[in-house]
Write a protein that binds this ligand. Structure first.
Ligand code: FNR
Length: 185
């Protein structure tokens, strides 16, 4: 069986380090895992007024999430929390009331920033929201990365051997987490 993973990157920046990290993580995964990237930048700002009639872009996001076997969140930290664009996507997927698309999707969170805290607070806030949304989220290993000019190699991989090994362990733990939840369905 191929496992479908939807990747949610919390940055819309063209050269986003988190987007690069997400692609590097996908390269470390087993061949039975397929990664696709959700487009959260096309979503309008959520309002409850939409609940009676969701726009197609939001319906499409919900359908993709519901068809996924797992979710990988890769996000920067904005002002000691997750970026608004990511919270907006979580809000869209959680509605209308009673139709929470995120529910029971096994997930993992990670992120990279230019600051020394390595997205720790962003991830902590994200974990809080995911817990409320009934998303079982991998606890360990936690991934807090600080970007440097030599973080990625020329091919978009992880340049440092120890960091690459650590991130490979993270991906393997995530895969096991997804398989464990798939087997209980
Ligand atoms: C930041 N940045 C940042 N970094 C951090 O470590 N902690 C923080 O609280 C913040 N706050 C913050 C707010 C806003 C509005 C911006 C634009 C940036 C810096 C951030 O780590 C850096 O811009 C990253 O490059 C953002 O990730 P992407 O876009 O490269 O994936």
């Amino acid at each position: 069986m191929a496992y479908k993973i939807e990747v949610v990157v919390g940055s819309l920046r063209r050269e986003s380090f988190n987007k690069q990290l997400a692609h590097a993580l996908a390269k470390l995964a087993s061949s039975d895992f397929e990664f696709s990237f959700l487009d959260i930048g096309s979503l309008p700002l959520y309002s409850q007024d939409y609940d009676a009639d969701f726009p197609d872009v939001a319906k499409a996001l919900k359908a993709r999430v519901e068809a996924a076997n797992g979710l990988l969140f890769v996000t920067p930290e904005y002002n000691r929390s997750m970026p608004g664009v990511l919270k907006n996507a979580l809000d869209w997927g959680s509605r209308p009331w009673g139709a929470n698309s995120w529910k029971d999707k096994p997930a993992a969170v990670c992120g990279i920033s230019v600051g020394a805290t390595g997205t720790a607070l962003s991830q902590q806030h994200l974990r809080n929201v995911l817990a409320y949304l009934d998303v079982p989220t991998l606890g360990q290993p936690e991934i807090f990365l600080k970007h440097t000019d030599s973080f990625f190699d020329a091919h978009g991989g992880i340049a440092n051997d120890d960091t690459r090994k650590f991130l490979t362990t993270f991906v393997q733990r995530f895969e096991a987490w997804v398989k464990r939840h798939a087997s209980t369905k």
